[in-house]
Design a protein around this ligand. Structure first.
Ligand code: PPS
Length: 318
């Protein structure tokens, strides 16, 4: 399938009232609406005491955010009941779900529209989530003029692809099937792709103070990763606090914790007509290796070769 066909198919199955088109910025595919806020993000004022969680979508961002926020907020699980999107704003939310339609904007829960401004005006220390690659971050970070804490979480691309497929049907108006979706992902037609280039853009900066963690390590030993994050953030914690946090961020507990489900945004997207999978939920399966439910051996082999090629000589294993 050639690139032109894929562009057409993406526009047939991947557009909605909150997704008008796509455009390339610094070699990364983004919603075309990113052009409205690129300058504001480039010029975004950064503080040394900011705490950023960065990731390619579906790598464990929400999980990491909940851990980081609680470590930095004295394990105050009562205040943690406030919606995560408010506690820990998503810098480019407005780009992902863009509309100027006043009929739709009336339903916006005050989190999405003007997200750059919302993040800028949070009280310090600010907690900021972004899926942007290093090359599209504020210039003050790229130039090391400011040195906020940056925690990047990565995940195996096959699981990411499957999780992103469900996400696109839940939140981004994608009406196609997985057979089309993986080709769009693999051929860098989806938001924030090329995925591995995005991840590597942070991997390359792990010696410049970026903490790089993996979803798979969180699955296999969450207390070890929580301890690693707390150490990076210079926040000592007791054994008891560690145990409480471990419980609070377990999949079973987070699945019932509506403050981490993006419920207000999902409600808004539903009203915008962007939810295709009406039975889906944000906390979906929370497994490593779950990609096998949708990805056949042939596609898996294509992904394995692609990963091997992209990651060779980088030292990164996903
Ligand atoms: S997003 O939309 O990009 O912010 O999504 P993100 O939070 O990065 O990733 C969502 C996936 O992470 C899973 N998740 C968890 N897994 C294990 N334990 C916990 N606590 C947890 N919290 C979120 C979530 O279920 C998504 O993965 P899939 O494979 O779709 O289930």
């Amino acid at each position: 399938m050639d690139a032109l066909n894929l562009d057409q198919l993406r526009d047939t199955y991947g557009l909605s009232p909150i997704r008008r088109g796509y455009q390339i910025f610094e070699g990364y595919t983004m919603p075309e609406s990113f052009r409205h806020m690129r300058k504001a993000i480039e010029d975004f004022k950064v503080y040394d005491d900011d705490i950023w969680v960065t990731s390619y979508p579906k790598c464990g961002t929400t999980w990491t955010q909940e851990i980081v926020w609680n470590i930095c907020n004295n394990f105050d699980f009562t205040s943690a009941q406030i919606d995560l999107d408010i506690r820990f704003p998503f810098l480019e939310y407005e780009t992902c779900f863009y509309t100027e339609d006043k009929n739709l904007l009336q339903y916006e829960p005050g989190i999405v529209h003007k997200s750059v401004e919302i993040a800028a005006n949070k009280s310090r220390p600010r907690f900021i989530k972004t899926h942007l690659p290093w090359e599209l971050l504020p210039m003050e970070i790229q130039s090391f003029k400011k040195r906020p804490k940056i925690i990047h979480v990565a995940r195996n691309p096959k699981d990411v692809c499957v999780s992103y497929f469900h996400h696109n049907r839940l939140m981004e108006g994608f009406t196609g099937d997985f057979n089309l979706f993986w080709k769009l992902f693999y051929n860098n037609k989806l938001n924030y792709t090329p995925m591995l280039r995005n991840v590597l853009s942070y991997w390359e900066h792990r010696t410049d103070g970026v903490l790089f963690i993996k979803y798979e390590d969180m699955k296999s030993d969450i207390s070890k990763v929580i301890t690693q994050i707390a150490k990076y953030l210079n926040r000592p914690m007791s054994e008891e606090q560690l145990k409480m946090l471990q419980h609070h961020v377990s999949f079973e507990v987070m699945k019932d914790n509506t403050s981490t489900h993006h419920a207000p945004v999902l409600d808004y997207l539903r009203k915008c007509g962007a939810v295709v999978d009406n039975d889906g939920c944000f906390m979906r399966s929370g497994k490593s290796g779950g990609y096998k439910s949708l990805m056949n051996d042939e596609v898996e082999e294509i992904f394995d070769k692609w990963m091997e090629q992209q990651l060779q000589n980088t030292g990164l294993v996903l």
